[in-house]
Design a protein around this ligand. Structure first.
Ligand SMILES: Cc1cc2nc3c(=O)[nH]c(=O)nc-3n(C[C@H](O)[C@H](O)[C@H](O)COP(=O)(O)OP(=O)(O)OC[C@H]3O[C@@H](n4cnc5c(N)ncnc54)[C@H](O)[C@@H]3O)c2cc1C
Length: 435
């Protein structure tokens, strides 16, 4: 039986382990004291459940992957199914999402800017064709027009990416955002109902236990092979074998961040290390606010694009996912803000309080309803698609990869993947490489 070291115990590492545990001698190395990575839940002293990596829902455009996720969760009975009911909160209003389908909810002047910009961008594309976009900024301006760009897309994306969209590439997003037909945008600006794209129109969430319920169910069949609080601190090659923290393995599945892998790998070429140093990521600050009211607004979550709203970019009405996330009679909201990686170590309670005060100031939370506040930080939350990212990533994987190692996962392979895409990638990798 081949021995396999699986580096990282998030969705990617655990999916690999789930597929391999009956065929190979596996060992999962996880730095934290709990498995799950971005999908971890902890209980606060007051009895609220807190998904520390932000609000996570199950959805997929791949029916077979959605079925596998339900199977990993122990069956659909363990999950609640919801209709996605999201809004963009701006100009003190709840705007229908996607934004192009919600123009009728905006103040008239803003509606005019957005509609005219969209029409002009459409005419421009009809005249000149849809040539390649040279940056994320260029994509936003030419796809949505200046009105939607200035009022929503640019401020929101500046907030979430902590990066100027001019310095970001576009290959990761252009197929992720469908183009709303012009007719729908005109209708929506006139206040007529249009549906928008249906992607993620329903989603699942664990009935109890937060997102950790899914992680624990996924890991149940091989839980004795998981080593928590065991960071990988050294990686080396020994002939055809691998040495992980000095221990010999035949093969490796790496899901730890690719740049971290390079810094731990003995004898890594300088050119590879340079590429690794240039890979950029941002961190996440999550704030859970416990409320002494039994119900909140009916929405799933709100996007918060405006700079004046403070640094939070999203507020999730968390107990709408499952009432079991708070003690009986209480509810909670989960607020997310992204931070530059350098900022992640210096977050203070004062900064957290400012985020909560912002939510009170803009009217989303009532001060007198608050019963508790808790917060956490995830160092690796989003990878930044700067112009050199794809080249750097591919160079590293090509240089270090061979038949005995696979790089998978959101940061393990440096791809902007959701859980379903991670599971799909891992399954395809294991199915083709372990035969
Ligand atoms: C705010 C936010 C919301 C999201 N919402 C959704 C959603 O609604 N639906 C969805 O499908 N996806 C969502 N995602 C994406 C989802 O979180 C990821 O696709 C998925 O969790 C990635 O899993 P992973 O295993 O690749 O990475 P990770 O979860 O990052 O796991 C990597 C693991 O490696 C460990 N590790 C790192 N270094 C070491 C080391 N040296 N030694 C040992 N272990 C190490 C880490 O501790 C971690 O456990 C969201 C992401 C964010 C940031």
């Amino acid at each position: 039986m081949k021995s396999v070291a699986i580096l990282g115990g998030g969705v990617a590492g655990l999916t690999a382990a789930r597929m391999l545990h009956q065929r190979c001698a596996i060992s999962v190395f996880e730095a934290n004291d709990t498995i799950g990575g971005l999908c971890r839940t902890r209980q606060t002293p007051e009895g609220f459940l807190f998904d520390i990596g932000g609000g996570h829902i199950f959805h997929s455009i791949y029916p077979e992957i959605l079925n596998i996720m339900l199977e990993y969760a122990g069956g659909a009975d363990n999950l609640l199914q919801h209709k996605r009911n999201t809004r963009i909160f701006m100009y003190d209003r709840f705007i229908q999402y996607p934004f192009e389908n919600g123009l009728g909810d905006l103040p008239p002047g803003v509606r005019y800017d957005c509609l005219m910009g969209y029409i002009n961008a459409w005419i421009e594309r009809e005249k000149n064709g849809e040539s390649d976009y040279n940056s994320f900024y260029d994509f936003i301006m030419r796809r949505f027009g200046s009105g939607i760009a200035d009022h929503f897309m640019l401020p929101y994306n500046r907030k979430i990416w902590c990066t100027d969209p001019r310095n970001m590439s576009v290959d990761w997003i252009k197929n992720r955002v469908p183009q709303a037909p012009l007719e729908d945008v005109v209708k929506s600006a006139l206040g007529m109902n249009t549906e928008g794209y249906k992607h993620q129109s329903t989603f699942y969430y664990p009935r109890k236990g937060g997102i950790q319920f899914f992680i624990n169910a996924l890991a149940e069949p091989f839980k004795d092979s998981i080593r928590t609080s065991t960071p990988v601190v050294s990686i080396a090659k020994d002939g055809k074998s691998w040495l992980i923290n000095g221990e010999k393995f035949d093969r490796v599945v790496s899901t730890i961040p690719l740049d971290v892998f390079c810094t731990l790998y003995e004898g890594v070429p300088k050119s590879v290390l340079r590429c690794a140093n240039d890979l950029s990521h941002i961190s996440l600050l999550t704030v859970l606010v416990g409320l002494k009211i039994p119900e909140t607004e009916p929405y799933s979550w709100l996007y918060l694009p405006q700079e004046e709203q403070g640094e939070a970019n999203r507020l999730t009405y968390f107990t709408n996912y499952s009432a079991q996330l708070a003690p009986k009679g209480f509810s909670s909201v989960l607020v997310e803000a992204t931070l530059s990686a350098d900022d992640a170590n210096s977050v203070t309670r004062q900064r957290v309080d400012t985020i909560v005060s912002d939510m009170i100031r803009i009217g989303l939370v009532k001060c007198s309803d608050i019963i508790m506040i808790d917060w956490d930080i995830v160092p690796y939350a989003y990878l930044v698609h700067d112009h050199a990212m794809t080249r750097n990533r591919d160079m590293i994987i090509q240089s270090l990869g061979d038949e005995s190692i696979d790089f998978v996962g959101r940061f393990g392979s440096f791809r902007y993947y959701n859980m379903d895409q991670v599971i799909k990638q891992v399954r395809e990798t294991i199915n083709t490489r372990y035969i």
